[in-house]
Design a protein around this ligand. Structure first.
Ligand SMILES: *Cc1c(COP(=O)(O)O)cnc(C)c1O
Length: 394
């Protein structure tokens, strides 16, 4: 942990006192974001050069200042709704920098995306491709499409964030895509199939998952090009995980190893490789600051009740996610105790951590919850009629 880091507990406490923002709130570190972006781009360039393209998966965090900063590094953007496409364009992304995924695109979303001239639709069903063809014909435009192929790879992550096996709703089996291309594709007129898209899950730490994915991709590529299909684009999706247990040990993920897992794809002549990174770009740049409202002991637990809950950060309640939590007590503690950190929401799952050893805490102490830059604020809600949580970029 370096002293210059604004997320260092001591610096954080000074900052909180100086700024005097009302808790709870999210704090983002723009310097760290820039360092992460530079590292990702550099690592991508080393393996793929001009044929590698990163699209920021904006569902991880759509804060406008963050989007604008990412756009200024000339990344594309991966959207999963019409609302996200609109937001991306408002933040300065060009229509042709947008790729559009999602299992349930509405007619309106498809038409708006056609109007915006997006780069490609990542189709998640065969029917979707035919519907896009129909709307594109009516609007007299041509749409580029990829099929999201489900490679049936089980990844070692929480089952709620694994997406690439056959019991998930995402994507299409390759055999079905292949058959459609050989039978139905010739009856379409306003879509152009440009390649396959994949996304096997999120918070993936084990690079062998990506190596396995690369093998599947190569087999699919071979089969398609061997049968006369021209493939100029392959989109491998996102999913690179971050270090939640010790964020300071690795504020910037090992992008080198990640891109190297896909290195065999760099041998494909003239094929553009697209990456959709979300969590790995913004996860570590955010911290949620909360205040202890009350402490109380029950027969089973020693609770610290915070003014932030699942309405501000849903990941623990939704995926049993664990975040690094530090009590920013003003004085060096002599006594440590185990606390269960709970939010104020009327749900028993509104718990951030159970029996966490912390320096003795009191009403009014600040609590920092780390690694919340991705899937933090965007999953917040107004349940219990809570106010919208605020965000500050430093
Ligand atoms: C969520 C998502 C991503 C980003 O996933 P991360 O794990 O945040 O990198 C990329 N592509 C698609 C299609 C997604 O749904």
């Amino acid at each position: 942990m370096t002293k210059s880091c604004i997320f260092d507990p001591e610096n954080l406490l000074n900052l909180i006192h100086k700024k005097a923002y009302e808790t709870p709130f999210y704090l983002y570190d723009s310097h760290l974001l820039q360092a992460i972006l530079k590292a990702a781009i550099k690592a991508k360039e080393a393996v793929f050069g001009a044929y590698g393209h990163i699209h920021y998966a904006m569902k991880a965090n759509h804060n406008k200042a963050i989007l604008q900063m990412i756009q200024s590094y000339d990344l594309g953007v991966d959207c999963v709704s019409g609302g996200e496409i609109k937001c991306a364009i408002d933040a300065g992304f060009a229509g042709n920098q947008v790729v559009f995924a999602g299992v349930g695109k509405t007619d309106l979303e498809i038409c708006d995306a056609l109007k915006a001239g997006i780069f490609a639709f990542n189709c998640e069903s065969l029917q979707e491709a035919e519907v896009i063809d129909q709307f594109a014909r009516e609007m007299n435009v041509k749409a580029q499409i990829c099929f999201r192929v489900n490679p049936d790879i089980n990844v070692n992550t929480h089952h709620y964030i694994s997406t690439g096996s056959y019991d998930n709703k995402f994507g299409i089996a390759f055999e079905d895509v292949y058959q459609w291309l050989n039978t139905r594709y010739k009856h379409t007129s306003h879509i152009q199939f440009i390649g396959c898209h994949y996304h096997i899950g999120s918070q993936i730490i084990d690079m062998t998952s990506f190596s396995k994915l690369t093998e599947s991709i190569l087999a699919h590529y071979k089969q398609l090009t061997g049968n006369g299909f021209e493939i100029k684009h392959i989109n491998v999706g996102g999913g690179l995980g971050i270090n939640y247990s010790d964020p300071f040990a690795q504020q910037i993920v090992d992008f080198k190893t990640y891109f190297n897992a896909f290195a065999p794809l760099s041998n494909l002549q003239g094929v553009n490789i697209h990456f959709e990174l979300g969590r790995s770009l913004v996860g570590q740049i955010g911290v949620l600051i909360s205040k202890v409202l009350f402490t109380k002991k029950t027969a089973g637990s020693h609770f610290a009740i915070l003014d932030a809950g699942m309405t501000e950060l849903m990941r623990p309640a939704l995926y049993q996610a664990e975040h690094k939590i530090i009590a920013l007590n003003p004085l060096a503690a002599s006594k440590f105790e185990k606390y269960t950190l709970a939010g104020p929401i009327c749900e028993s799952s509104d718990i951030f951590a159970k029996n966490l050893l912390l320096p003795e805490i009191q009403r009014g102490n600040f609590i920092a919850i780390y690694s919340v830059g991705a899937y933090g604020k965007v999953l917040s809600s107004e349940y219990n009629l809570r106010p919208k949580v605020k965000e500050f970029l430093l």
